[in-house]
Design a protein around this ligand. Structure first.
Ligand SMILES: CC(C)(COP(=O)(O)OP(=O)(O)OC[C@H]1O[C@@H](n2cnc3c(N)ncnc32)[C@H](O)[C@@H]1OP(=O)(O)O)[C@@H](O)C(=O)NCCC(=O)NCCS
Length: 251
């Protein structure tokens, strides 16, 4: 399988949006290795220069594979070739699809990488944020709880046995980071200033009273690979996530 085959297969998918839904694509990075043989055919000159100049070597592959997959998936939704997708960037670097005469739909997306998994969330209209984290790469989270979590959240996590804290911490973390990415500010706001209130299985209401007192954002956890925790953040309450696996879609 080469990069062109992969691009063609994904571009053929053309899955329609239902209202109030977010499509979440997960991919295992090793599956996308063919992209690394020919990134020039998919990425822009500016992206290739950027990866050479700014990324530490371990992060280059992550960017190349993620950006190529993102272009394939966005190309499929926008009905254009992956290489024709144009991006623009917010003040803190959040990428969006630039509107062009060929893109009549307002497609919003966000991408997250962690170790071997890439997650891309896409919807029509509202800004979204997504985050995935690998549990195995966290040690004992007890010492970092105070830095990352709000006061009540620290109490929740520290009330658990040490072995259960990592998962509980990670749940808070992905909801917070998805929120910060939804807003486009990323870690320019401290995660401990973001408050997550869990409201049912995998659902949360997320707020940031010190910086954005009126903003109501909703979090939704979704399954990806074993050993990973992931969530998306959206202004749409009771949003429905439709999950797609790139590997399964290619067979
Ligand atoms: C957004 C941020 C939290 C992502 O952290 P990370 O640990 O690399 O996490 P993820 O893998 O989950 O997300 C990376 C993706 O988020 C997207 N992203 C970058 N900045 C973003 C922002 N401000 N808001 C939302 N998404 C953003 C990008 O698509 C990026 O992937 P790419 O570089 O392959 O395109 C972090 O980069 C950040 O805080 N950025 C804003 C602050 C900053 O650095 N500003 C200066 C740059 S202008």
């Amino acid at each position: 399988m080469n990069a062109h085959y992969l691009a063609r297969q994904i571009c053929k998918l053309q899955i329609p949006f239902e209202s109030g839904s977010v499509h979440v694509w997960s991919a295992a990075v090793p599956l996308l290795a063919p992209i690394l043989n020919d990134p020039e055919s998919l990425l822009s000159r500016e992206e290739l220069d950027r990866v050479d100049r700014f990324r530490p070597s371990g992060k280059k592959q992550e960017f190349l594979v993620g950006r190529a997959l993102l272009r394939m998936i966005l190309g499929s939704y926008c009905g254009i070739r992956p290489a024709s997708v144009m991006f623009c960037y917010g003040h803190q670097g959040k990428p969006s699809v630039a509107s062009t005469p060929h893109t009549s739909r307002r497609i919003a997306f966000n991408i997250s990488h962690s170790i071997d998994i890439i997650v891309i969330a896409i919807c029509e209209g509202e800004e979204i944020g997504v985050d995935v984290e690998c549990l195995n790469y966290l040690g004992d989270v007890t010492p970092i709880c105070m830095d990352i979590l709000a006061e009540a959240e620290v109490g929740d996590v520290l009330a658990l046995e040490v072995q259960q804290r990592r998962h509980a911490f990670c749940r808070y973390w992905v909801h917070k980071e998805a929120f910060l990415k939804q807003m486009g500010c990323g870690l320019s706001i401290a995660p401990r200033d973001v408050q997550v209130s869990f409201e049912g299985p995998g659902r949360s209401e997320i707020s940031c009273p010190g910086h954005h007192p009126r903003r109501r954002i909703f979090g939704l956890e979704f399954p990806t690979a074993e050993g990973y925790v992931a969530a998306l953040a959206t202004p749409v309450q009771n949003v429905v996530a439709r999950l797609f696996d790139v590997g399964a879609a290619l067979h």
